[in-house]
Ligand binder design. Structure first.
Ligand code: G
Ligand code: G
Ligand code: MN
Ligand code: NA
Length: 254
């Protein structure tokens, strides 16, 4: 309860901010987009992880306003990047299931796009695999409506849930994100890459893009590339950074 109150205050006092982690084409090693990630830094300088405060935001309902703010912020930063010349750039935004189930979610999304002028074709929403398995009918309907706006959908933390292939095929999704845990395993045991391989193959069969997350070393990147994984993000390439830093990082790279 104390943290709930602190979070609400923090949001009001602008202690929350959004950072962006670049996503890289493994063939060209060029950035193609970024994932927006929420951060909370308290006045005494301490960082509180979203793993801790997102559940509280969900439980308290604050996630609705907070999630809308993240969406609008990320859209606005994307427009600024475009103005700075980064026209092909994609922006991925995490969406909580509480947010996703809100009756006004679609309106919030459309308003964020309209108000900021962010091109929907350059926006992607990340939903988790566990989310994808609950209430299939609602999900299928929501995905169809989102699709109509031009925004695309990725399944985050893929491989940690238990989606059946036939079910996955019914969902209008665009991209699978291989969970960090399976990327870490790639260089471990002999069978360590089997799940990553399976997801890459699945993506190919279903016509979905695949991105690996949590890539921390060159060996992982090379194995993923060899396995046919087109995209990756992780500390090897870049840590999440502020919008200003991202703009500089992209311009340096160009
Ligand atoms: O950035 P970091 O690895 O600390 O994020 C931890 C978790 O918090 C990840 O699972 C990530 O998806 C989630 N997360 C980060 N930012 C957001 C956000 O803006 N909205 C939601 N719903 N989850 C987020
Ligand atoms: O669940 P989700 O994919 O949204 O979470 C992304 C989280 O993973 C972010 O909190 C981000 O800071 C973190 N992250 C990104 N790249 C790496 C990495 O290479 N290694 C580790 N350990 N964490 C990473
Ligand atoms: Mn994510
Ligand atoms: Na993830």
């Amino acid at each position: 309860v104390r943290m709930m109150h602190a979070l609400r205050t923090a949001f009001g006092q602008n202690q929350l901010f959004v950072v962006y982690q670049p996503q890289i084409d493994l063939e060209t090693r060029r950035p193609v987009g970024a994932e927006a990630l929420l951060r909370w830094q308290t006045p005494d300088g301490k960082f509180i992880s979203p793993d801790r405060f997102i559940p509280i935001a969900e439980y308290s309902g604050l996630i609705i306003d907070l999630g809308e703010w993240v969406m609008r912020t990320a859209c606005r930063e994307l427009v600024d990047l475009r103005k700075a010349g980064h026209h092909d750039f994609m922006m991925s935004i995490n969406v909580s299931q509480v947010q996703f189930r809100h009756p006004l979610f679609l309106d919030m999304l459309k308003r964020a796009l309209d108000d900021t002028g962010a091109p929907p074709e350059h926006i992607e929403l990340e939903i988790t695999e566990s989310m994808a398995m609950e209430e299939p009918d609602l999900l299928i309907k929501m995905l169809a409506q989102i699709k109509q706006t031009g925004v695309s959908i990725a399944i985050d933390d893929f491989g940690t849930g238990f989606s059946s292939l036939s079910y996955l095929q019914r969902l209008q999704i665009d991209r699978l994100k291989i969970d960090r845990a399976f990327v870490t395993e790639i260089t471990g045991s002999a069978r360590g890459s089997s799940i990553a391989e399976m997801v890459i193959q699945l993506g190919r069969n279903l016509g979905l893009a695949v991105i690996a997350e949590g890539v921390e070393d060159e060996r992982q990147a090379q194995i993923l590339h060899t396995l046919g994984c087109p995209l990756a993000q992780g500390f090897l390439f870049a840590r999440p950074m502020t919008a200003t830093a991202l703009n500089g990082w992209l311009s340096n790279d160009a």
